[in-house]
Design a protein around this ligand. Structure first.
Ligand code: DAH
Length: 339
């Protein structure tokens, strides 16, 4: 009997099962009521008394081994079954390519971060706007020629509703609801009815900044502009302000920075002037403050607005605005390192 147990023990080692049926057959063969092991246990009665101790121990070992083996085969078999269903054999092999953030998002966040460090907080407004917030409140008179500066998408059934042409509309939205001090930065999508070319698109992004408080001066604006430009384009960057016109600011200016590609020496990006224009700005026109319920005798402010595409094109030397909207991965994956 001992020999039989020994040979069964080594037989146990060899057992394999590749299906539930096979496993069940093994269980029946060894452990069911009429299976090999219970039958052996019945025979135990006939073992000579001096061998009972040794045979009993071996028999117990055999039974335990059989139970363990069947359990472990079951687990092995179930986990391989699970793995098989979890594996997607159509998946591409490693390395798995990761997505990248869009360059416009990267630069938008960079701009916002810089202004956040100056104490500005983010404000947002609707893209489908009314005439009041996009034009009238910002001092564009009904027949003001400045309305022609921007080609607007109007909603045919309601000429009062437009797709916003600039994020300056968020200024009004915030000022109507909040009394100074106001220090906000408004990133967002804007729309203009323009022919699409390498330099212009009917859809693009702007960031607007607005600061309204007592005693805000043009010098404060200039300081914020210089800080922003150096943070964005490098510590050597210089700025220059050229007088300009916007209905909502007085005085108004456009800001150029020294061309960071040629370092101000002159190249085809700056058209050999050494300067590139990046934004519009000025002191908030008192009419705009009054339109929004802020006392212009008590408060004053500065505002500025820039196109994110333009900043991104300068920063990464991109020469066609359409690349931002094509979703071509060969373009987008080049910004992997810029995160
Ligand atoms: N809204 C202007 C545009 O779309 C940009 C701008 C200019 C915004 C001057 C301002 C500003 O806040 O002060 O071209």
């Amino acid at each position: 009997m001992l020999d039989k147990i020994h040979s069964l023990l080594s037989e146990m080692e060899q057992l394999t099962a590749s299906s539930a049926d096979e496993l069940e057959a093994i269980r029946i063969k060894y452990l069911s009521k009429k299976g090999i092991i219970p039958v052996l246990m019945d025979d135990f009665r006939n073992v000579a008394p001096e061998q009972k101790r040794e045979v009993g121990m071996k028999l117990n070992e055999l039974k335990q081994k059989a139970q363990e083996k069947i359990q472990s085969l079951k687990e092995q078999f179930e986990s391989s079954k699970k793995q098989n269903t979890d594996i997607d054999l159509t998946r591409t092999a490693y390395p798995v390519s990761l997505g990248t953030r869009h360059p416009i998002s990267i630069v938008k966040e960079e701009i916002c971060d810089i202004f956040k460090r100056l104490g500005f907080s983010i404000a947002e407004g609707p893209e489908v706007e009314d005439d009041w917030h996009v034009f009238s409140s910002l001092n564009f008179a009904d027949d003001h020629p400045a309305r022609d500066m921007q080609d607007t998408f109007f909603i045919q059934s309601n000429p009062d509703i437009v797709l916003r042409t600039h994020t300056s509309s968020v200024q009004t939205r915030v000022m109507e609801k909040t009394q100074p001090p106001i220090r906000i930065i408004c990133p967002g999508r804007v729309y203009r009815n323009e022919a699409i070319s390498a330099r212009a698109h009917c859809l693009f992004h702007q960031v607007e900044a607005l600061y309204v408080d007592k005693d805000v001066s043009f010098a404060d604006l200039k300081q914020a502009l210089l800080f922003f430009s150096k943070e964005m384009f490098g510590a050597d960057t210089q700025i220059r302000l050229r007088p300009s016109y916007f209905p909502f600011t007085e005085p108004s200016a456009e800001m150029d920075i020294t061309c960071h590609i040629c370092g101000g020496q002159g190249c085809n990006i700056c058209k050999y002037t050494g300067w590139v224009e990046i934004l519009g700005c000025g002191m908030v026109d008192p009419n705009v403050l009054d339109n929004c319920g802020i006392d212009s005798k008590l408060y004053m402010g500065y505002a500025l607005g820039m196109g994110i595409e333009r900043i991104t094109m300068l920063k990464y030397r991109i020469n066609d605005i359409r690349l931002f909207f094509d979703n071509d991965v060969r373009f987008l994956e080049q910004f992997q390192a810029a995160h």
